[in-house]
Design a protein around this ligand. Structure first.
Ligand SMILES: [Zn+2]
Length: 220
């Protein structure tokens, strides 16, 4: 392989941090890109920055605050509560958000001389975002290559994993404790195990409990 450089779309959460460890194992050179779109907690950016710095990887933070204009909802405005009715997309949804993020990531990657793009999107996590589906990623890969006349390869190591299997992967990568302690999933901005009350914490804990119930941690 002549180009062994990868760019990881990185938020400082469990999934993208697992992807970062996966990339560090599989590529000789790794960078990260983080999108700042007015998260409810600046802590999310700080958390991502501290992990990137800790692991010694370059981080590019792109200002995506224009998403505020596209979707004035709970994700980007602090005066709206997050709701998530069962079976429906959470009201944090910005249509096409992942399409935008991946396109910007590709531009940054090409400028950095990187061919490999890595994202933690997943079809199995019930979030239901259409632009996180495998079929979309495959379609986008072709489009990005045609748009920039460049041979990107998009990698989605978590695409078919449930949350328990993602914990298993982090364990196999030797990063289980690191990811459990250092990543931010919680809507209330609490790193690690989080507040335990918000939907993100409940989802994370359910996956962790499922993994711990079926495996001997560190035995992988
Ligand atoms: Zn929480």
């Amino acid at each position: 392989m002549t180009n062994d450089k990868a760019v990881v779309v990185f938020s400082g959460g469990q999934d993208s941090t697992t992807c970062l460890f996966w990339a560090l194992k599989n590529f000789s050179e790794v960078e990260t890109i983080t999108f700042d779109y007015g998260q409810r907690h600046k802590l999310e950016i700080e958390c991502a920055a501290s992990i990137a710095s800790d692991l010694g990887v370059k981080q590019t933070i792109l200002d995506m605050s224009l998403l505020n204009q596209l979707a004035p909802n709970a994700l980007t405005r602090h005066d709206v509560d997050i709701t998530h009715d069962e079976g429906q997309l959470p009201n944090t949804t910005v249509d096409g958000r992942n399409l935008l993020f991946m396109s910007f990531a590709a531009i940054v990657a090409k400028q950095a001389g990187a061919r490999h793009l890595i994202t933690g999107v997943c079809e199995t996590d019930f979030s239901g975002y259409p632009d996180c589906r495998d079929i979309f990623i495959k379609s986008l890969n072709v489009t990005l290559n045609l748009s920039m006349d460049y041979d990107f390869v998009i990698h989605t190591p978590l695409m078919w994993l449930n949350k328990a299997e993602t914990w298993h992967m982090s364990d196999e990568l030797g990063a289980f404790n690191y990811i459990q302690e250092r990543t931010l999933t919680c809507y209330n901005g609490i790193i690690g195990d989080g507040c335990g009350e918000c939907p993100a914490c409940k989802l994370r804990k359910a996956g962790l409990d499922q993994y711990l119930a079926t495996s001997i941690q560190g035995g992988a």
